[in-house]
Unconditional design. Structure first.
Lengths: 440, 357
């Protein structure tokens, strides 16, 4: 009996020691937020970095991890990207995607806000990114409602106050965090500060800085707003320059961008320009360090005119650098209109909409090369996970750096079975959902 | 209201005064060609001009519709919405099938006509402010377009036959250009020789006098918005074929452009005379200007500034101002010669003529 009591006391002591986690803590202390420094830290907040390697490669390609904090949050995000969804989840996702507000049905008290400066009807990329964020939100029982806004660039007048008012609407709606893409960039400054002052973290993705670091008036991620998710823009610009330096060698190249002076385009264009080799002749250099060039607004109807403007005076352009593969595909129509053959051409892209790749395969032109990075749709998922971690007390780095790698297009990048050709191959939205989104 | 003259001491002088209001656009075109020759000569190549032609024609067709409205003293800000409506109908009703192109076009034109009818009834019938009403109707139409556009996948294409057709060439130029030319000719003939065209002008120049002489002012004011909306729809259908995946905001760039083309083309914003040919030419001037600014590599912000300055310049040398200036010069010269009263339209002048002096 005496032995049993001793063994029992030892067992109890062992259990107490295990529960308290070692000598640094006294029993009863709650764990101090340790930041996203490792699996132990994230698991304290209910996250796992046990992401499917195949999904990681699908979303990012064969990248090297970025800094540990960023990488762990990225892994934690992808770990939630279940590709085998039940019908109820699919139906709920479609409901939330199709309506401004939806009840997730979990009874959770957290409300997610989503603010897009464009919108689902502007282009496929935005529609998919929106769905990525919704699917991510549906993996959190804490999130009880999703509220989405889309500014559509302010309609016919391209009015930035629409995007500003959308933010104010979300603030007044009482959302707990806002994920989005700030097309008007620094123009959203006051509303982002209002949100943060109201205790609502703002997390832009796709390198949607609210003003590029160094720009006058720019907000500082990590200080003025929670964080920004995206690639290192200078590295991305350097990658584009490397592709064109080796692919073109000597000749004319052109840069294209999105909405005028948006942070994403501004960031990579600055570094691309400085990274070009001596033999590269940039036909449309930015006017100064604070302006973008080749602005297309990523808006399909506006793209042909930009290509026309450049190709009419520079039909010998041998290289393009642009974020948007689908936009490049639209621009190829101008080649046909102007009677310029698509040959001796190198293209460096960020996104990977398949319609361009399938067109490339069909052309079968050995002197036409396309290099791409990744669509980045899934980055909205990272924003959602970062927000939820933050709400639970985790420290989030000021920039969640998404690594990138440039890959050359092959025939395997054209999947004839893809529901919609204009969807990125790197998107993590399951095919069943894409079918409902785009098959009509 | 400024009333343009129809009475002059000689037909030649009258013709000169009337024609002078349309001169600025041709002078502007010549200046544009000179500037392009100096700074962006590639924009004058046949290849470049052929590429720009369909887009110039799209703006031209919308401007012709806007011209009709402005001739009656109105204005129409529902152009972007109506164009976008026509474009998404081509996608939605067309449903990717060449067999459905015809029904899609008819549907687009009918839908646009309904939009025009609403505008016309509210403005011509109820005498509400055209600027406010058309802006409001345009917003409603935009909402309808967004709602309708969400019923099919974003970036859905028009039927392939439609986009293939816009890529064809007639005498080396897009068929859309020839449609624009055709509509211009139709309007020239209609406004000059058809009763309905002259009624449009009369209603715009002086609705009270028109009513007195038996013109159904209200009916004409309603009808003009319907006809204009059909023009916008034609442009929207053409643009959808050009863009291939038009989207719900394809018409968003056509709010100010058509109005600018009408003003630069010499029409008076207060109503009355207008020239389809000058308006169509002004549309090409604006399209060519846009193209040249892009080709010169101007930042987007500066392009907007230059575009706005040109429009203001067009207003400063608008047809009304030209005519008033010419009248003033002629009047002063006559006064200097004979101390006679004003040249045009005064009772004193008529008395002077009756005395045979």
């Amino acid at each position: 009996m005496q032995r049993i009591r001793i063994i029992g006391v030892i067992v109890v002591l062992a259990l107490v020691t295990a529960a308290c986690g070692g000598g640094d803590e006294t029993p009863g202390d709650t764990p101090t937020p340790t930041g996203a420094t490792g699996s132990g830290g994230l698991s304290d907040f209910g996250e796992s970095i046990d992401a499917d390697p195949a999904l990681v490669e699908k979303a990012l390609g064969p990248v090297e991890p970025s800094d540990e904090e960023s990488w762990n949050i990225i892994l934690a995000s992808i770990a939630r990207a279940d590709q085998d969804l039940d019908q109820a989840t699919i139906d709920k996702a479609m409901e939330c995607w199709s309506n401004q507000e939806c009840d997730t049905g979990t009874g959770g008290e957290t409300v997610m806000g989503y603010a897009d400066g464009g919108g689902d009807t502007v282009n496929v990329w935005r529609a998919v990114s929106h769905m990525e964020a919704i699917l991510q939100a549906l993996t959190y029982d804490e999130i009880g409602a999703i509220v989405s806004t889309e500014a559509n660039f302010g309609g016919p007048t391209f009015d930035p106050t629409i995007a500003e008012n959308d933010m104010r609407f979300l603030i007044s709606r009482g959302v707990d965090f806002i994920v989005g893409y700030p097309d008007i960039g620094i123009g959203l400054r006051e509303e982002v500060l209002e949100a943060e002052a109201a205790g609502i973290p703002y997390i832009p993705f796709s390198a949607g800085y609210v003003g590029l670091p160094g720009q006058e008036g720019a907000l500082v991620p990590g200080e003025d707003y929670l964080t920004v998710v995206g690639e290192n823009l200078c590295d991305l610009g350097d990658s584009f320059a490397d592709v064109l330096n080796s692919g073109v060698g000597t000749g004319e190249v052109a840069l294209l961008g999105g909405t005028p002076n948006n942070a994403l385009s501004l960031g990579w264009q600055q570094c691309a320009v400085s990274g070009f080799a001596d033999g590269i002749d940039l036909v449309n250099p930015p006017a100064n360090e604070n302006t973008t060039t080749g602005d297309t607004s990523w808006f399909p109807p506006a793209i042909p005119a930009v290509f026309q403007g450049l190709l009419t005076t520079n039909p010998e352009i041998k290289g393009w650098a642009y974020e948007y593969a689908d936009g490049m595909n639209i621009g190829l129509q101008t080649y046909a209109d102007l009677g310029i053959p698509v040959e001796n051409l190198t293209v460096a892209l960020r996104t990977d909409e398949q319609n361009l790749f399938c067109d490339w395969a069909e052309r079968d032109e050995p002197t036409y090369h396309i290099w791409y990075s990744a669509g980045g749709n899934f980055q909205s998922r990272v924003g959602v996970t970062a927000a939820m971690l933050s709400l639970k007390g985790a420290e989030i780095p000021a920039e969640l750096v998404v690594p990138h790698v440039m890959r050359e297009v092959t025939e395997a990048d054209c999947d004839p079975a893809r529901v919609n050709e204009a969807v990125s191959g790197t998107s993590l939205v399951p095919d069943e959902v894409l079918q409902l989104m785009f098959a009509g | 209201m400024v009333t343009t003259t129809t009475k002059a001491p000689s037909t030649a002088l009258t013709s000169f005064v009337v024609a002078s209001r349309y001169m600025p656009v041709y002078i502007a075109l010549v200046l544009l060609v000179i500037v392009a020759f100096l700074w962006a000569p590639a924009t004058l190549s046949s290849v470049a001009l052929r590429a720009v032609a369909p887009y110039g024609a799209v703006l031209g067709i919308t401007a012709l519709g806007q011209m009709l409205v402005i001739m009656t003293g109105g204005i129409d800000l529902s152009v972007p919405g109506t164009m976008s409506l026509a474009a998404v109908i081509m996608v939605g009703v067309g449903d990717g099938s060449n067999e459905r192109i015809a029904i899609a076009i008819v549907t687009a034109l009918v839908a646009a006509a309904i939009v025009g009818l609403v505008n016309g009834i509210l403005i011509g019938g109820l005498k509400l402010n055209a600027l406010i009403i058309t802006l409001a109707v345009g917003l409603i139409v935009n909402g309808v377009v967004n709602r309708y556009g969400s019923t099919f996948p974003v970036q859905s294409p028009v039927p392939p036959g439609m986009s293939d057709w816009t890529s064809t060439r007639i005498l080396g130029v897009s068929p859309i250009f020839w449609i624009g030319v055709g509509l211009t000719v139709v309007l020239i003939v209609g406004l000059r020789y058809a009763a309905i065209g002259r009624r449009f002008q009369a209603v715009g120049a002086n609705p009270v006098a028109s009513h007195v002489v038996g013109v159904r002012v209200t009916s004409n004011q309603i009808l003009v918005y319907v006809v204009a909306a059909v023009f916008y729809a034609i442009a929207g259908v053409a643009l959808a074929g050009l863009i291939r995946t038009p989207g719900v905001a394809v018409g968003s760039q056509y709010l100010l452009g058509p109005i600018a083309a009408v003003v630069i083309g010499g029409a008076s914003l207060t109503g009355g005379l207008a020239s389809p040919l000058s308006t169509f030419a002004a549309a090409f001037f604006l399209t060519g200007l846009n193209q040249m600014l892009r080709t010169m590599g101007l930042p987007t912000a500066l392009q907007f500034v230059v575009f706005g300055v040109v429009i203001i310049g067009g207003m400063l040398v608008s047809g009304d101002r030209i005519v008033r200036g010419v009248e003033q010069v002629i009047r002063e010269r006559k006064r200097d010669r004979s101390q006679t009263p004003a040249l045009l339209g005064s009772a004193e002048e008529r008395a002077w003529k009756e005395e045979g002096m």
